[in-house]
Design a protein around this ligand. Structure first.
Ligand SMILES: N#Cc1c(-c2ccc3ccn(Cc4ccc(CN5CCOCC5)cc4)c3c2)n[nH]c1N
Length: 245
């Protein structure tokens, strides 16, 4: 997968080259190019923002600069080749979900536009949508200062799903949300720590009982913390033992 990120703070994306993602890049599973938006300014101040039409707080990012940047970064898409998907983090975006991470993991190329200030002139998104798929997404119901943190989160969520990136592929297959529930508590050695013992069932070697216990803890936790996920489960998702909990 090829990933391009356009930002006025390229250094913010440095963590993409660390740890698991860094190893995936070194292994050639992913290529990441970070581009400084100011490359496509032509004035001495390298201005990327201006006052909002209609008034209001803050500044808006200028369409000319973004238009030239995306034209250059996306480049000419060879005929017959699918254009990349443009992902634009924004507080007003569609909630980013694990299902979307799987969708994006199937793409051969993703381009991320990191806004700052009060966001990017809407015409940039509208123009881009005439020649590539564009998703305006949000990583949560809280307000950040720009799109870079969201890109780090989205890229990590997507990259870990790519074959060969995770050491243990089963980990992604057993993700939280993959069965619609939050995962339950996890434990490792020592057996007792500060007077707290690991639940006996996990040391019993009875795999059926362990699976049941884990499912029960996942159902309890989901009901307590994300009742919306429980309500969204199809009726067939809960078996008789689940309902007896
Ligand atoms: N993903 C994601 C995000 C972001 C995110 C993503 C991208 C950018 C680019 C600029 N910002 C700052 C910003 C702050 C506030 C506002 C709202 N204003 C709109 C106009 O009225 C006043 C209020 C807009 C933009 C961003 C924030 N925040 N939270 C998420 N889950």
């Amino acid at each position: 997968m090829r990933i391009d990120v356009v930002t006025i703070f390229p250094g913010y994306l440095a963590p993409l080259r660390e740890a698991l993602l860094g190893r995936a890049i070194d292994a050639g599973l992913i290529s990441v190019a970070v581009h400084d938006l100011r490359t496509w300014t032509h004035d001495v101040h390298q201005a990327v923002d201006d006052a909002p039409y209609g008034g209001g707080p803050g500044m808006v990012m200028r369409p000319q600069v973004w238009g030239e940047a995306l034209d250059a970064v996306v480049g000419d898409v060879p005929s017959g080749e699918a254009p990349p998907r443009l992902i634009v983090p924004t507080p007003a975006g569609r909630p980013f979900t694990q299902a979307m991470a799987h969708e994006y993991a199937a793409e051969s190329r993703l381009v991320f536009a990191c806004g700052r200030y009060e966001g990017i002139d809407q015409r940039v998104i509208d123009d881009a949508a005439t020649w590539m798929p564009v998703d305006e997404v949000s990583i949560g119901d809280y307000v950040l200062v720009g799109g870079e943190v969201a890109v780090l989160a989205i890229v990590e969520a997507v990259a870990r799903l790519l074959p060969g990136v995770l050491g243990n592929p089963a980990s992604a297959e057993q993700d939280s949300f993959s069965d619609g529930l939050l995962e339950g508590p996890a434990y490792t050695r020592p057996e007792t720590w500060r007077g707290r013992a690991v639940p006996d069932v996990l040391r019993s070697g009875n795999h059926g009982a362990i699976a049941r216990w884990r499912r029960d803890r996942a159902l309890e936790r989901t009901a307590a913390r994300r009742p919306d996920l429980l309500a969204a489960l199809p009726p067939t998702a809960l078996d008789r033992a689940d309902r007896a909990l």
